[in-house]
Design a protein around this ligand. Structure first.
Ligand SMILES: Nc1ncnc2c1ncn2[C@@H]1O[C@H](COP(=O)(O)OP(=O)(O)OP(=O)(O)O)[C@@H](O)[C@H]1O
Length: 669
């Protein structure tokens, strides 16, 4: 019988026997490889945690106090085992999960967590654990296959894995997660149709799995999924856990009975306290022995969560539920509880780690084959092992990924293209054939102002948007140590800059010739170069703003303020030499000022203007215009040098700021 033919509402259990007697899902038919290691009791836990206590400072009505979110939680997880963390909302499931995954920030953490019986070494542990976040944060423009392949390229070193091995590994992961049929489909997002929610979640798992971890940690992998997709995700995790001999731990809000049966053990939390940690199959009997029998035909998970929840319906109910939770938390002692020590008992035997020499099929799916699944890297994962791919390989991989995502980003490219064409037409027609009359002075100056304005506003608004899209993914990937910040930053520059420059050159060159500015190669070159350096400065400032401002909305406001200040002090709106000393310094920190002055000087130098009427205001030489507008404070060479320095400075600051801000500050015990 297919598991999908039984919905959660149809599956009701009243006793341990009912609960365990239900037909197995196809994945539970996974053949058991003969155990050479003996019973699970002989195994060392992969991860163990002892008396974990976690507190944070909370501010309430101007008063700050310490709130303890976890109270002395202990436990362990063995290879081949799936543990579910259950509890009502706010019980501390995610907090505990993050501590186990080494991803907790802030607060005070006490206790002991050991990986393979030793204190965790952050660099090594990060590589051995795949953390699957609740949100599926991936590039929507990449296909399923590309997403997993880029993860493999970034996290499997060239030294230990050939390209062919990576390709085989990706194919295997897709096969295991039943993604092969959608491998060429894009991930998608709210605006672009992509794979389904369940498939997207499985891709997230695949991204972690492709690195061959010892443990998968999943935060609410079923949230937002329909019950069929949710069951499938949990079953697949269970199948993979078994066949590879890894460990899986996940938080699940309200698992239905089928999902619950996928957990070998469950850890029940209430108000940050351990209420039960033991075999799933024995939980009903345990609570019955405590005086809380599971009502007939109720989903055991719902029953457990009801037991652990505060009941706010009346003050009396609240008191009773508090007393119950207190009693349950006090009564449960892992050391005295046999099931908490026994660990995996699936079929009574431990299924050893995945044997690549065997082909294992589960639920009709071939899970792995000898030729295609290299052995775990655990044995070679020591301190001397290169942590990552080489710098240049990493840069190349990130740049290719950025190029693909940028070129497939239709909205972004349309906005950039539309901006180029509309600016070209608007400014080109507005300043068409300026001529050399005296009236053309204002138009020429206005044109250079408009060009600096657009290159700053346009670049900042477009690239801030794409950068924030990539930032969330970067933070997630940096959390698992996928790559260096230097390669991430340079890849962005390598990809964004040509797009920004090329799209800006289109209108700059078009407008230059439409307006009939001085057609001397050296002048065109100098103005175009100044304009280009301004784009580099703007991109640096954009990334700088993006690095220290948390949200895109706020960053847009900050960016607009910066560009407005640049433009106000850019030398066009107010005569550069006539500003009050108290604010005149601001023009010197505005790159637009130097670029504007440099371009105006280049254009007006050597320009002869024709006077129609001799009314005393006639300036026959462009050089006189430069003096009149006090745009002669710096030579063109000095202007160029200053903006080049600014381009280097802002990009360096952006890199340093990004590196500092995006560095995960996790607590380790
Ligand atoms: N950094 C923090 N500062 C203050 N309170 C926090 C912090 N982190 C978590 N909490 C609080 O601790 C409690 C446990 O949070 P946690 O997210 O671990 O619960 P949960 O069991 O995963 O809940 P849910 O199922 O709703 O996600 C919650 O009440 C939460 O508001």
């Amino acid at each position: 019988m297919s598991i999908r033919s039984v919905t959660s509402s149809q599956q009701q259990f009243g006793s341990t026997q009912d609960f365990m007697d239900q037909p197995l899902s196809p994945l539970e038919d996974t053949p058991k490889v003969e155990n050479s290691l003996g019973f699970i009791n002989h195994q060392q836990p992969l991860l163990s945690w002892n008396s974990v206590t976690y507190s944070v400072k909370v501010k309430d009505k101007q008063k700050s106090s310490i709130r303890t979110l976890l109270h002395g939680i202990s436990g362990e997880i063995y290879p081949g085992e799936v543990v579910g963390l259950l509890g009502p909302s706010g019980a501390g499931k995610t907090t505990l999960l993050n501590i186990l995954a080494g991803r907790i920030e802030g607060g005070v953490l006490n206790g002991k967590v050991e990986f393979r019986g030793k204190k965790r070494v952050p660099g090594v542990f990060k590589r051995r654990v795949a953390y699957v976040e609740q949100e599926d944060i991936m590039y929507p423009m990449l296909t399923v296959e590309e997403t997993i392949m880029f993860a493999a390229k970034l996290r499997l070193t060239e030294k230990h894995y050939t390209q062919l091995e990576k390709i085989e590994r990706v194919a295997n992961v897709m096969q295991q997660l039943r993604l092969s049929h959608v491998k060429r489909s894009r991930i998608g997002d709210a605006l672009n149709r992509g794979v389904s929610g369940g498939e997207r979640k499985r891709v997230s798992i695949g991204v972690g799995l492709v690195t061959d971890p010892d443990m998968i940690v999943l935060d609410e992998p079923t949230s937002g999924l329909d019950s069929n997709s949710a069951e499938m995700v949990v079953e697949l995790v269970r199948g993979i856990t078994r066949t590879r001999g890894i460990s899986s731990v996940m938080t699940v809000h309200q698992p239905n009975a089928n999902m619950l049966r996928c957990f070998d053990r469950i850890l029940l939390l209430s108000q940050g306290r351990l209420v039960y940690f033991g075999k799933t199959s024995e939980a009903i009997d345990y609570f019955e022995s405590m005086g809380y029998p599971c009502p007939l035909r109720q989903n055991p998970a719902d029953f457990f969560i009801d037991l652990m929840s505060l009941n706010n319906r009346s003050p009396e109910d609240l008191e009773n539920s508090k007393r119950r939770i207190e009693q349950l938390a006090r009564s449960f002692h892992p050391a005295q509880h046999p099931t908490a020590k026994l660990s995996l008992s699936y079929g009574g035997l431990y299924e050893p780690p995945f044997d690549p020499a065997k082909t294992i099929s589960a639920g009709g799916i071939q899970l792995a084959t000898e030729s295609s699944w290299p052995s775990s890297t655990s044995s070679i994962d020591n301190e001397d092992m290169p942590r990552r791919a080489s710098w240049i390989y990493e840069l190349k991989t990130l740049a290719i990924r950025d190029a693909i995502t940028t070129l497939r980003h239709f909205t972004f490219l349309s906005a950039v293209g539309l901006n180029s064409v509309s600016v070209l037409l608007l400014l080109g027609l507005l300043f068409f054939k300026l001529g050399n009359e005296i009236e053309s002075i204002q138009n020429r100056i206005g044109l250079f102002f408009a060009l600096t304005l657009n290159s700053t506003y346009g670049v900042m608004s477009h690239y801030l948007y794409v950068y924030y899209k990539a930032k969330d993914i970067m933070l997630t990937e940096r959390g698992s140590g996928s790559y260096r910040m230097s390669t991430f930053y340079l890849a962005k520059i390598v990809v964004y800059l040509p797009v920004a420059i090329f799209s800006s050159w289109i209108y700059f060159i078009g407008i230059y010739y439409m307006a009939g500015l001085q057609n001397i190669a050296s002048k065109v070159f100098v103005s175009l170069s100044l304009f280009t350096v301004l784009i580099v400065v703007t991109l640096g400032v954009t990334l700088l703003v993006g690095s220290f401002v948390g949200t895109y909305d706020l960053a847009s406001v900050v960016a607009a303020l910066i560009v407005t200040t640049w433009v106000i002090f850019g030398g066009h709106l107010a005569n550069a030499g006539d500003l009050l000393p108290v604010i005149s310094w601001m023009q010197y920190i505005s790159p637009a000022f130097y670029v504007y002055e440099g371009m105006v000087r280049t254009e007006f130098t050597g320009l002869t203007l024709h006077c129609k009427a001799n009314n005393g205001l006639c300036m026959a030489r462009g050089d006189d215009v430069i003096k009149l507008y006090k745009l002669d404070q710096f030579t063109v060479g000095q202007c160029a040098l200053i903006v080049i320095c600014m381009a280097c400075l802002y990009n360096l600051l952006a890199y340093v700021s990004l590196r500092w801000k995006a560095k995960p500050k996790y607590l380790w015990i």
